[in-house]
Write a protein that binds this ligand. Structure first.
Ligand code: URA
Length: 257
């Protein structure tokens, strides 16, 4: 790919466009071994070697991170007051990363962070019906036919009912652990279970849309309350079981459909 030197440096995390122009003017940047003071120089990323203060710049056009979003962090790229999911990705190089879709502040689990707009569109576009799978703990008395109701779509107060959702019941926490492994429950999940004011029911739910508070509103529609929600899968991507809340791992584009 061909790219201007100042854009390559800015995209690689060396500051704003004017910061990097200053950096280039100061003589700290070399291209193929020679100091370069021309910010507009066209770089061929497949051939040219760019160094800043003698250290090679590792340019990536696209980056992909799988984050285990912890509860308490907002899904945004940046925020003046609050820590965001992007603040958790310490090793990021690109400045144009964003979260693919949104998880509520108190929702945990799989969040893809990238700057690949095309992939994001593919995963989020309503017409593509990409499966998003969650574990959910609720309180209240779910109706016996809840799985049927969710399959038929639920009126959550929007113009249209929700698209069909698949609901699977877990009898207890042990059966959940038998399916997903011992580490499936985070400290926050255990806290939510402990603080529950009445008996909880455990479900696995698959939805294909991404409406605001969709799962919480679906359970509200049947007089139940979500007390814990965790996404473990999106399309062909499954949360890496070795990750803890707040941890992330860099992934390859080929890993995602
Ligand atoms: N549905 C919700 O209610 N919240 C989320 O964070 C994701 C899906």
């Amino acid at each position: 790919m061909n790219i201007r030197l100042d854009k390559l440096l800015a995209d690689s995390g060396f500051g704003t466009r004017s910061d990097v122009k200053q950096l280039v003017r100061s003589g700290s940047v070399s291209v193929n071994g020679a100091i370069c003071k021309d910010s507009g120089l066209k770089i061929d990323t497949d051939k040219d070697n760019v160094e800043v203060r003698g250290k090679q710049v590792d340019f990536s056009e696209f980056e992909y991170y799988m984050l285990y979003k912890p509860a308490g962090i907002i899904t945004a790229s940046r925020d003046k007051k609050e820590k965001t999911v992007l603040d958790l990705i310490e090793s990021k190089k690109r400045r144009d990363l964003f979260p693919v879709g949104r998880l509520d502040r108190d929702t945990e689990g799989l969040l893809l962070i990238t700057n690949d707009g095309e992939l994001s569109h593919k995963l989020l576009s309503p017409g593509k019906h990409v499966d998003k799978k969650y574990i959910v703990f609720i309180t209240g008395n779910p109706p016996e036919d809840i799985a049927e109701q969710f399959k038929n779509g639920v009126d959550i107060g929007d113009e249209k009912p929700t698209k069909p959702a698949i609901l699977k019941t877990y009898n207890n926490i042990d059966s959940l652990k038998n399916t997903y492994g011992e580490t499936i429950l985070s400290d926050y999940a255990l806290e939510c279970i402990q603080n529950a004011e009445s008996d909880i029911s455990i479900y696995d739910i698959t939805i294909t849309e991404g409406r605001y508070h969709e799962i919480k509103r679906m359970f509200e529609a049947v007089d139940c309350k979500v007390i814990y929600l965790m996404r473990y899968s999106m399309g062909n991507l499954t949360l890496d079981p070795t990750l803890n809340p707040g941890n992330y791992t860099k992934i390859h584009r080929d890993f995602i459909n």
